[in-house]
Design a protein around this ligand. Sequence first.
Ligand SMILES: NC(=O)c1ccc[n+]([C@@H]2O[C@H](COP(=O)([O-])OP(=O)(O)OC[C@H]3O[C@@H](n4cnc5c(N)ncnc54)[C@H](OP(=O)(O)O)[C@@H]3O)[C@@H](O)[C@H]2O)c1
Length: 325
Amino acid sequence: MEAAGELWQWQSRTDERRLLEILSYGLVGIGALSALLLCFVRMPYGRYFSHRFGYPVPARLAWTLQELPSLLVPLGLSLFSGAARLSEWPNRVLVALFIVHYAHRYQCGSTRSVPPGSPAAQPPRGNHSVQGAAGRPSFRREAQPSLGVCPGLALRGKGTRFARALIFPVLIRGGKPTPFITFALALIFCVYNGYLQGRSLSNYAEYPSGWLKGPCFIVGFAGWLSGMAINIYSDHILRNLRKPGETGYKIPRGGLFEYVTGANFFGEILEWFGFALASCTFESAAFAICTLFILGSRAHHHHQWYLEKFEDYPKSRKIVIPFVF
Ligand SMILES: NC(=O)c1ccc[n+]([C@@H]2O[C@H](COP(=O)([O-])OP(=O)(O)OC[C@H]3O[C@@H](n4cnc5c(N)ncnc54)[C@H](OP(=O)(O)O)[C@@H]3O)[C@@H](O)[C@H]2O)c1
């Protein structure tokens, strides 16, 4: 009887491993298919918002709900599903890194304390704004936006304030609504990937002793950390281009925006490739490749859009990988 129970457990573990493998191939397929589709149609959100893709969900609500499964699913799997490998430190740390991205984003609120001479302190040279797809194009002069600095990069001044946990939606300024279909697809994606990463790390990934001191983990962790810092800082720059109440678009300046249009996307891509190196699982590599496909396409669209809308958009800027692409 006991042997039968063990056999059943072994069988279901083997089945689930196979399932995770198939889902990983699926993730790469989803990324590649999205990139292909996005060659013909722009992802209907933000500046490309369109009513044709379903009822508009307000930006804050959409971001809060669609990202939540990426936090709750791995957390739930870790706490309530046996989590056979979570007694090991590498697994604990790696699950924590995944969750940290979604749960523990430290960000700056609006701040006027920028180190003199830093790129972020410079007034935007293209001092006009343009409305997105939802609005009629209008050009007008804007005052200098208040750009700030992020913890970890620099921490100064009285005006700096911090917040944590699911911050991104709360800090959105004038974000365009998300059509229901885009929202639903993002939600499904986060459940899918939350299960894939959470389950593989909490139940299956095995690491030799000393993994956390090895080169793969250390280099991968450095990539993850610097990618997250770039992502947060770049999102912060974008957010602070708008004053409260504004909804138009301006040319982003400072940080890696001096080199690429999709600086926030570059940060996220670097982050997940670092994570894949640190964890060395098939599932995390699939997620990194999927992110590259999806965010690379988005950055490409944004780049073309800026070139169309802003005559003075810097021609030397690459799309998403500094100096390369
Ligand atoms: N891992 C993944 O697969 C994945 C997928 C999607 C997103 N993400 C991450 O989620 C975050 C947001 O993604 P996103 O696609 O929404 O980024 P985005 O298009 O760059 O927009 C980010 C925010 O900044 C605003 N904004 C962007 N450009 C602006 C400009 N020139 N002037 C004024 N405001 C501007 C947007 O407003 P509007 O809404 O009004 O355009 C939006 O609120 C990023 O950090 C990204 O890396 C990750």
